[in-house]
Design a protein around this ligand. Structure first.
Ligand code: B3K
Ligand code: ZN
Length: 866
């Protein structure tokens, strides 16, 4: 039984990219027979195996916690002396070139708390195999470069599990004895085992169809609990929009007759792209105005698209080994980001994506867990589903797309898909296809795959009045990262424009390629010194330092025609004031207040863009700008300026708040924009300390016909200590305690609160009757959110560190993958004062001293101490 036999080792083995070897044996076909039951499931697997090349090595089938009850070769049951187990794997010496190998194992899905392999969730049975979960279901060479055709037969109790789904197309089904029934599914596309899936459930279906560009009808099904059916419309729309978008933008058509999505409550991450049978964390499927915020709606749209796009970037062309993970993830994130931008606002989507990149990936890149988008080694691959692989990976593809232009990028992607269809490819294959299809030399650009760390670019501009020229000097450095002390210069595409301050216009923008450690670019035709707009659209994932004055930034915040650059100028204005204040300087904040006023009153601007732009940088982002993070000083400075902005512009905030009140809910971009701005206005109003602030927030909380406004009002109240705070929290709890996804928001809002007692509140919530370590969404809502609350988590008592470490230790025994995801915030100790650093290190050491610690947490905690 899987979980009884799971073992952990003290020093997990390191797997290296350069050790890749082609497989000894191939498995062109596999037939799986599941006798499904939550307490005891039997799995019979029949593998056709063929020797790959001339060698005499035995067949090695990975297994994790499995006991072979029968092993048969070409129909002959083997004696126990004819096979053996080695680190969980089944080793069978074979003499011929091709054999049929059959194994039988038993599983206990209801006892599988790791949520990897076959497990039970809310009364259904489902699977999760990526990266290495298939070996918890049956003996198999669990590596992505073994592509097999799957045929899957399932039998189960018909009343309890009326729905039986697997990959591919349904072939046959029927009733069996004892109230049971069976179904047979066949997937004609050879696939790696990490894409295998099955579901046995009692669910209802939102059924629809899509006709592909060649006229084939595809049956679509979104499977959820009956009561949740009304919450699936947005996901279905997103699916159909994604299918049409991938045809239009990439020429990629869906290839099976059916496409099913199943929502489950207990899931280790967002969703999984199993061929023809996506399995989703229910939070990325279910959405209605009562329970989902606009961010949730966008999350549903983006994740449905992401998993659908994997059908080509991931499934039809998969990865040779897990070091190539960004081949499918970076490219697919790039695809889903562009899809979402096309469905809404390009400007706002870019700002949101960069904010996420800076918050998660830049932090990772500057800490002990920094790694290139194509890592060189790992202990546990689950730890490498990181923001670097996903988000920086997407930025690297974006830079290629920018350098190539739309047409040549499409030629490159066409070549990639055509050349590697049905194969397990590498990142290098992708770059080669871009070079050939797009006619570009990416020699130096490949360093983005090899070097970790966020490059810094220093930009200095000099104006020569006599020759009327401007010289822009750019210097780049890539900081040392673990295992990479010395770095080579990168190829960095920087979209740049020079603004004439007199006319407010620029002389056209250019894509500058910075390839040297230091490089100068000269621009003629400037009678006076222009204003520099650089890294427009965030053309490269780098940190740019300029010597622009507050006046220059104020100018750009009002005039830059690149929306990202305009947002960036505003953020930089705010950062300069805040960082100056934290350093004890008396920096004038007038420019910030003026810029916010101008932005708020600019009738040409989209309200969603205004809301993004007027927002203060987060406490964590401010910390990233400092050599040593001072959480208390950051909080105090940010709080003070927030109050000032709230107070000085109070009339405007009241006006905006009143004007953005809608009559009836709509999910249109305009309505979403209005809600975003309304919430920003409320936030500043409450921050202003106006006497009626809490009452206004409470009124919004009570009257809202949607979760976006209700949760934002709750969040604004949660930062303070008014009686309305407790009243609203109680009402929210009573209204939603039966709905897990919405109750998560109640935990999360309190864990995120900028409240002096947040640590104690989180400690108490950890003991709440509705808190459970068994559900990853609940864990992330409380401890994940709390670890991202810089002021609270880094409370100087060290209590925040202890809370998170206690959670990691307890959770590791149940679900190591989710436990390991909580470790990185403790690993940032080098950025803090000695007292905090000592406390953080002590918690990491305490975690590592736990007996039987998983490979997942061991890797993260030990690397975090280095
Ligand atoms: N490919 C999956 C992620 C699997 C994570 C395994 N630890 C979802 C996605 O990126 O689409
Ligand atoms: Zn993905």
């Amino acid at each position: 039984m899987a979980d009884m036999l799971s073992t952990t080792t003290a020093a997990p083995a390191v797997i290296r990219r350069t050790d890749y070897q082609v497989p000894d044996w191939l498995i062109p076909d596999i037939a799986l027979d599941f006798d499904l039951d939550p307490a005891l499931t039997k799995v019979r697997a029949t593998l056709s195996v063929t020797r790959n090349g001339a060698h005499d090595r035995p067949l090695r089938l990975d297994g994790d916690g499995l006991v072979p009850l029968e092993v048969t070769v070409d129909g002959r049951p083997l004696e126990q002396t004819e096979w053996h187990l080695e680190a969980g794997a089944l080793i069978i010496p074979l003499t011929g070139e091709a054999h049929s190998v059959e194994t039988l194992v038993e599983l206990a899905p209801e006892r599988n708390s790791k949520l990897m392999g076959l497990y039970a969730s809310g009364g259904l049975l489902c699977t999760q195999c990526e990266a290495e979960g298939f070996r918890r279901i049956t003996f198999f060479p669990d590596r992505p470069d073994i592509l097999s055709r799957y045929s899957v037969r399932m039998i189960a109790d018909k009343a309890r599990f009326p729905i039986l789904l697997a990959n591919g197309d349904p072939i046959d089904q029927g009733d069996a004895a004892d109230g049971r029934h069976w179904a047979l599914w066949n997937d004609p596309f050879p696939k790696p085992c990490y894409l295998f899936a099955l579901v046995a459930a009692d669910l209802a279906c939102n059924a629809d169809s899509f006709t592909t560009m060649s006229g084939r009808a595809v049956q679509l099904g979104i499977w959820v609990k009956e009561a949740d059916l009304p919450r699936t419309a947005h996901a279905m729309k997103a699916l159909k929009d994604s299918m049409a978008w991938d045809e239009r933008i990439y020429g990629r058509e869906y290839d099976l007759d059916v496409f099913n999505i199943v929502a489950v409550a207990d899931f280790n991450f967002g969703a999984m792209e199993n061929k023809g049978l996506n399995i989703f964390n229910s939070r990325y499927i279910l959405a209605d105005p009562e329970t989902a915020t606009d961010i949730d709606y966008d999350g549903v749209e983006g994740v449905v698209a992401h998993e659908y796009f994997h059908n080509w970037s991931g499934n039809r062309v998969t990865c040779r080994d897990w070091f190539q993970l960004s081949l499918k993830e970076g490219f697919t994130v790039f695809r889903d980001q562009n899809f979402s931008a096309d469905m809404g606002s390009h400007a706002v989507k870019r700002i949101e994506d960069v904010r996420i990149l800076r918050a998660a990936q830049f932090q990772e890149d500057s800490g002990p867990l920094a790694h290139p988008i194509r890592p060189e080694s790992y202990m546990e691959i689950s730890n490498f589903y990181t923001s670097t692989i996903y988000n920086k990976g997407a930025e690297v593809i974006r830079m290629m797309a920018l350098m190539l232009g739309a047409e040549r990028f499409r030629a490159g992607s066409d070549l990639y898909f055509e050349r590697h269809d049905g194969q397990a490819a590498t990142c290098e294959d992708f770059v080669l296809a871009m070079e050939e299809g797009g006619q570009i030399d990416l020699g130096q650009f490949r360093r983005w795959y090899e070097q970790a760390g966020t490059p810094h670019v220093r930009a200095q501009m000099a104006h020569d009045a006599a020759s009327q020229t401007v010289t822009l000097t750019l210097e780049q450095t890539v900081p040392p990262t673990p295992g990479q002390p010395d770095k080579q210069p990168m190829a960095i595409p920087l979209r740049t424009a020079l603004f004439d301050s007199a006319t407010g216009q620029h002389h056209g923008h250019e894509l500058l390629m910075l390839t040297q450690p230091q490089q100068s670019f000269t621009f003629p035709g400037f009678a006076s010194a222009p204003i520099l707009s650089i890294n427009r659209g965030f053309s490269a994932p780098v940190i740019v330092e300029t010597n622009r004055s507050q006046a220059d930034l104020a100018f750009l915040s009002a005039h830059d025609d690149d929306p990202f650059a305009r947002y960036e100028a505003m953020q930089q204005l705010m950062v300069n004031v805040l960082i100056g204040r934290i350093a004890g300087q008396a920096v004038d904040d007038g420019a910030v207040i003026d810029a916010i006023r101008n932005t708020l009153t600019d009738p040409m601007l989209d309200p969603a863009f205004i809301a993004e732009t007027i927002r203060l940088p987060s406490e964590a982002y401010l910390g990233d700008q400092m050599k040593q993070v001072d959480p208390d000083a950051i909080h105090a400075a940010r709080d003070a300026i927030q109050t000032k902005i709230g107070t000085e512009l109070e009339t405007l905030w009241r006006d905006v708040h009143a004007k953005t009140k809608a009559n009836a809910f709509s999910i249109s971009p305009a309505a979403k924009g209005a809600r975003k701005l309304r919430n920003a206005a409320l936030h500043y109003l409450v921050a202003a300390g106006a006497q009626d602030g809490p009452a206004i927030a409470f009124a919004q909380f009570s009257e809202a016909d949607n979760m976006t406004e209700r949760q934002a009002a709750l969040g604004s109240l949660a930062n303070g200590s008014s009686p309305e705070r407790e009243a609203a929290l109680d009402i929210f709890y009573n209204r939603y305690s039966a709905d897990a996804l919405t109750l998560d928001k109640w935990f999360q809002t309190q864990a995120f609160a900028l409240h002096p007692d947040a640590v104690e509140q989180v400690e108490e919530l950890g003991r709440h009757k509705d808190f459970t370590l068994a559900n990853p969404n609940r864990v992330r809502s409380l401890y994940g959110a709390f670890a991202g609350n810089q002021w609270a988590f880094h409370h100087k008592s060290g209590k925040g560190y202890r809370l998170v470490a206690d959670c990691i230790i307890a959770l590791d025994k149940l679900n190591p993958q989710t436990a390991a995801r909580l470790v990185p915030p403790l690993g940032r100790w080098k950025r803090f004062d000695e007292a905090r650093a000592t406390l953080m290190r002590a918690e990491l050491q305490r975690i590592l001293a736990e007996p039987g610690l998983s490979k997942d947490v061991t890797e993260q905690a030990s690397k975090s101490l280095e």
